[in-house]
Design a protein around this ligand. Sequence first.
Ligand code: AMP
Length: 214
Amino acid sequence: MITLALSKGRIFDETLPLLAAAGIEVLEDPEKSRKLIFATTQPDVQVVLVRASDVPTYVQYGGADLGVTGKDTLLEHGGDGLFQPLDLQIAKCRVSVAVRNDFDYAQAVKRGARLRVATKYPLIAREFFARKGVHVDLIKLYGSMELAPLTGLADAIVDLVSTGNTLRANHLQEVEHIIDISSHLVVNQAALKLKQKRLRHIIDVFAAGVAKNS
Ligand code: AMP
């Protein structure tokens, strides 16, 4: 059995065409089901749905043979024990710094203020501000970063931005673009040896799909 770990939403939706090219179709719509394990048109391939930040952990420890996960999650997780053969060029977005429209970020940085930054990416945020020489107190959050500057919890957030609509709707603006993000294929290293033929085929078909889309 080959187990593929995906997360609901953009990653699941945008991985489906790549799977279809490999002749793999998920037999049920996860949006209409409470199941966590889904059979596919290939009897030896199943899809497990896990939280986005858990995909690298499932693949690292062999709970899944392969998975699709954002570069943001990989940077934060560290990528230990994971073979990362492909940038799938899907679920594209960026990690940015955002503040309230009425917060003068440039001035705060210029005068060497200590910034309170809320994020679910403490490693990415710490490294970015350290390189800039800006002192920060990081506040780890698990959801809705946008609320933090609006309630006075933080001066700034480090979060994913795609269209910018969520920031605009909450009177926030992007002030730094930290890194471009897309989703990557990750593979368990032991599985790559034990199930080499099957996994190699999937990796090759995914690679052909990415090349066709770019
Ligand atoms: P947007 O309003 O299009 O800028 O999207 C921003 C919201 O969607 C934020 O809450 C992000 O955390 C989330 N988001 C944007 N792109 C992605 C992505 N590729 N994967 C997961 N979440 C995302």
